[in-house]
Design a protein around this ligand. Sequence first.
Ligand code: C5P
Length: 228
Amino acid sequence: MTKNKIIVALDVATKKEALDLVDQLGEQISFFKVGLQLYTAEGPEIVRAIRAAGANVFLDLKLHDIPNTVANAVRSAAELAVQMLTFHLCGGEEMIRAAVSAKPRELSLLGVTVLTSVDEQTLRKIGIPDKIDDHVLRLAKLGAETGVDGLVASPHELKMLRAQFGTKIKLVVPGVRPTWSEAGDQKRVMTPREAFDAGADYLVIGRPIIAQPRPREALAQILAEIGA
Ligand code: C5P
């Protein structure tokens, strides 16, 4: 069902704000993202509370460390019974392999290729001469060959990644904006409908829902627009 493919990003500072949103939106959707801000403030307790409320959790910690440390963090996330966890593919093959071998089947491990905030000038300064798309594709291939379940992808990478990997990889897509909301700092956006049509499996949506005066109505409008 399409409504199960919408993940609301709980980009808030406190457990109370996060659980208020889960409470308000939980009748319409069942997947929430906990990112660095909320996790750093509230720790694993917030994840346990969302799971106890019956919802799925995408734990967006973007892990990047030596293979042994990443594998152990994957085990800790698995203990929390989250459904999705992110890590950086630029950690290299050995790190990816360690992460993949530490995860249970029911946990989807998603690789981050190149952050959407990174441009070609940023790549140059860290010594990477490639075009962004080429670097994204190289890391994506490394992840797919090494057994990741999915990738975090910008809407504009969807066609390229779908063409490359078919349906064997889940594509989870932030940077989505309905026509009626502000793009904010997201530069190359697509509407939810366009992103699904371009091949997204899941959409991650934050501010167009959580920063609205009435989050429940904003979510309902998005679900109506995608025909969920
Ligand atoms: O508020 P907004 O809809 O832009 O939120 C998007 C969410 O997806 C944020 O939690 C952000 O950290 C995350 N994200 C992103 N771009 C990426 C990876 C993650 O916007 N490349």
